[in-house]
Ligand binder design. Sequence first.
Ligand SMILES: *Cc1c(COP(=O)(O)O)cnc(C)c1O
Length: 385
Amino acid sequence: MQETSVITLKESALINNIQFLKKKLGKHVKISSVVKANAYGHGIEQMVPMLEKAGINHFSVFNFDEAQRVCSSLTKKSTVVIMGYISKEHLREAIDKNFEFFVFNLGRLEVALEEARNLGKPAKIHLEVETGMNRTGLNMSELIEAIDVIKMQPEHFQVRGFCTHLAGAESVSNHVRIQKQMKRYRQMSAILEKNDITPRYRHVANSAAAFVYPAARLDLVRIGIMQYGFWSSAETFIHFINHKKNHTDPLHRILGWESKVMSIKLIKTGEFVGYGNHFLAQQDTLTALVPVGYATGYSRSLSNKGRVLIRGRSCNVIGVVNMNMVVVDISAIPEAKIGDQVVIIGRQGDAEINVSAFSDISNALNYEVLSRLPLNIERRVIPAE
Ligand SMILES: *Cc1c(COP(=O)(O)O)cnc(C)c1O
């Protein structure tokens, strides 16, 4: 474990977000909590028990390994769905462990059939159809073949879901494409129905689609980014807030990231700081060294641009971000001491650095900044009262 910084997780914020989502989506729409990519960097092992406590009992991940991690973090009998990769070797284990999984091509359906037969246990599948994202999913003729396979050996399958993924509901520029996808989905769904296959859940929506296109909620929504307290895009937030009197953000951020001042140094006018000549002190400059760098999650693209909070004040990163360290300007805080808390993401006093500020500077998405937070930083839960 890295001990130079810690990621904090505010349980009260998570409870707030889940309550908000449940209220807005209504009790007839099931929420599947998307915890792929280490729960968007928050930590699967910490988030899953908190999510269960907050009333979630359905989880979606990308691959088999994540499913295993979710499974060993469960405190209840929740459902785990693998939306993406499972190696051929792990498919049997996936069935054996009661994991549900997407079937997005006929090859996977064949392997699932074979393993289900070997195990004497049905494969719990979600048929994923291609509706226009052109990434994964069965096209119309493949769907018809899949239906034949399932109807010939119904004892080996439980059709838990019928789904697709909408391409870019977070931007209005995709509106026409999404309408086409919905239409295609309904056509394919009708074919399933005609063949008397009734999936437990029909689902197409991620966070953005669930809020921008209420008709896309169907039986279940796959909510990732919003449960962590972020809107999918500025546009999605504006869409939501537009007709409301109250313009405060109903979502709360869960994650904070902090470190400590490692050392302090006064740089004389005319001296360069760090490697090369990226920063020249124009005046005497008091600097603090913070022990996070690009090897520990602080992107090199924040060189000379990033900010951190010390004693409630914003301090600029000066020079290039090193592998394990970054230098910040603390000239305005002469009282700073070694060991002072450094906030990289989150609040300190009245000041705040949020992930979006962080990502604006480095031109990354919230999604990217979060999911790239290293696994080996300690996640510390701040329990709700
Ligand atoms: C990641 C993912 C989601 C969740 O998306 P958010 O925008 O984070 O809500 C939903 N569905 C699929 C298939 C995904 O891969």
